[in-house]
Structure formats: C-alpha cells, structure tokens
Design a protein around this ligand. Structure first.
Ligand code: AMP
Length: 308
C-alpha cells in the first residue's frame, strides 16, 4: 500500500441549499479528500493550516479516521479559512458568497518527514504556490501526482496555477473550470488542450452528469449514480478526488485501466457526500454501504449487447 500526502484547505463552510442553511460547519478540500481516502485504510497525511478558532473535535475527527494531521499547522492568533456558498434550485450550480483566506494567506506548508517519500500526492484545492511548495518538499519522485483546483485560483493566480499544472500526472477539474482554463466549449477539445499543458490524464467532473477520464485518444465515462435525494453538493468534487487518489494509493496501479476503477470509486463516494450537509455523511460512512453502492453502480452501467 502506498503512502498518500494530501494538501488542501481545512475550513469552515456556511452553506445554503434549497433544503436549508448551515452556520459555520466543518469543510475544506483536504477534509473531504481525507475522509474519502480513509475508506481505503491508506497511510494518509493532511498538510494544511487552521486558526485558533478551529475546534479540537474537528481535528480529532480526522485523526480518528487514521489520518495523520501532524502537517496541519495551528496558528493560534489566526482565523481559519472560511467559505460560503449558495446553491441554485438545480443544485448543480452555486454562487460563492464569501472566500476568506485568513491563515491561508501566508501559509508555508511543511510535509511531515515520514511522508516525504509518499508515492501518491494529492494536491487538493488551495493556492497553487502552496501546492507547488508541497511538491518541492518530496524527497523521492512520487509515482503519481494528482491536482485539483477551481475557478477562484484561475481568476487570481493563473500563472502560478499553470506552473503546477505542468508538473502533475492527473488533473481533476469540473466542466466549467475546464472551459475557463482552455477557452474551449467542447470538453474533448478542452481535455486535449489540458494534456498539452502537462497532465497525461485529465478527469472532467460533470456533477450529477458523471465524470470523464481522458488519456491520449482514450476516453472513459462514468455516470453519477441517480439519487433520490441530493441535499448538499458541497465537497462532492473533493470527495471524488479523495476516492480516486485513495483507490490508486491502495492498489498501487496507475494504469489507465485501473484509473477507470478509481473514477468509479470516486463517483461512488461522491454519491454519499451529497446526501447530507457538509461532511456529515462521510464521517459515518460504512464500508458495506460503499460495497452495496458499487454493486448498484455495476448494474446501472453494465449491458450485454451483441454486435454483428
Ligand atoms: P467542492 O464542492 O468539491 O468544490 O468543494 C467545496 C469545498 O472547497 C468547501 O468545503 C470549501 O471549504 C472549499 N473551498 C471553497 N473555495 C475554495 C478555494 N478557493 N480554495 C480552496 N478550497 C476552497
């Protein structure tokens, strides 16, 4: 089993959906990625930063899932990163109401020494300079580097983002962000342009419409599981990335064929994430529930057609 380093925000989120509204709750890209990856019992460490206002019980929640948090810096006099968003009625689109970087503004990440030889690095959503800083601290070349990002960083740190994109093997990005990054409407053309920027593998997440995996001229598509209830999509993209990275770290096989399975695991875990507000569903998720849903996924997508 490979070691996994995860960098990303550990945050407070305030979310509004057509079904309700929360005050500040636990969120952040690294939180969702870590919770998803913990389903695979991999040796994972989170590198991030929080302020003195961050409750110890949230940190305990991560360590209780066997996630190493020695790389989560606590700045006592600082405030934790805060994000707030409001979903439209279709639940596929949202407006960001607030992004307060707080302690993230001057963050210098430190990868714990035991993880500087990790085989898999998941560069979750935060400032591209921090993502690059983590990559530069690795003492051995990771077998796989995966990058996730969002429009916020394209708007305010595009050049730095390009510098990271150049250095990664896989990028996971949503459809609108792929279009923004490449100025192309067609996702096939967008994926080709992103390949040219560096990553050999491009995963485009399409919310309730599933995900596409591109590698050279090969494409694989996984639908999202049709769900009766979608309560809060926050963190679905990060959960997808965490499931994808966790599965690859566990199986130690980074071939295109195995990445297809990683996409299915990512989609399956994301389907749980949206069922409750914030991280709630992911914190009590049991492996038999994941197994059951994978079975559902299989029967949803399997067909036997005779081609003459
Ligand atoms: P997702 O719904 O997968 O895009 O992820 C939502 C999570 O990303 C929330 O928990 C936020 O705390 C976090 N987030 C929102 N904006 C940013 C940003 N600009 N950088 C890093 N993390 C962010």
């Amino acid at each position: 089993m490979s070691k996994l380093v995860i960098v990303g925000t550990v945050a407070f989120d305030a979310i509004e959906t057509p079904f309700g509204k929360t005050d500040k709750i636990l969120g952040g890209a690294a939180t969702f990625i870590g919770l998803a990856a913990s389903q695979f019992n991999v040796d994972a460490a989170v590198v991030s930063v929080v302020g003195g206002d961050f409750p110890q019980e949230y940190l305990d929640l991560l360590s209780n899932k066997n996630i190493d948090i020695s790389g989560v810096e606590i700045i006592k006099e600082g405030k934790t990163f805060f994000w707030s968003g409001k979903y439209h009625n279709d639940m596929n689109t949202r407006d960001t109401l607030a992004t307060e970087l707080n302690v993230l503004a001057d963050f210098n990440p430190v990868v714990p020494s035991d993880y500087k030889n990790a085989e898999v690095v998941m560069l979750g959503n935060l400032h591209p300079i921090v993502q690059l800083g983590v990559l530069e601290q690795m003492e051995t070349k990771p077998k796989l580097v995966i990058l996730d990002t969002m429009n916020f960083w394209m708007d305010c740190a595009l050049e730095e983002l390009h510098n990271v994109i150049k250095k990664v093997d896989v990028i996971t990005i949503n459809d609108e962000e792929a279009r923004q990054l490449t100025h192309e409407y067609s996702l096939v053309v967008a994926a080709r342009k992103i390949h040219e920027m560096g990553p050999k593998y491009v995963v485009i997440k399409k919310g309730e419409h599933g995900a596409l995996l591109f590698h050279d001229d090969n494409v694989f598509y996984a639908p999202a599981l049709p769900l009766e209830e979608v309560f809060d999509p926050t963190g679905a993209g990060d959960t997808f990335a965490g499931g994808f990275a966790g599965y690859l770290a566990k199986t130690e096989d980074v071939s295109f064929e195995n990445m297809k399975n990683a996409v299915i695991y990512g989609s399956t875990l994301a389907s749980f994430c949206v069922e409750k507000f914030g991280t709630e569903r992911m914190t009590d998720l049991k492996s038999n529930e994941v197994h059951q849903r994978l079975e559902q996924f299989k029967s949803l997508t399997q067909f036997d057609i005779e081609l003459t």
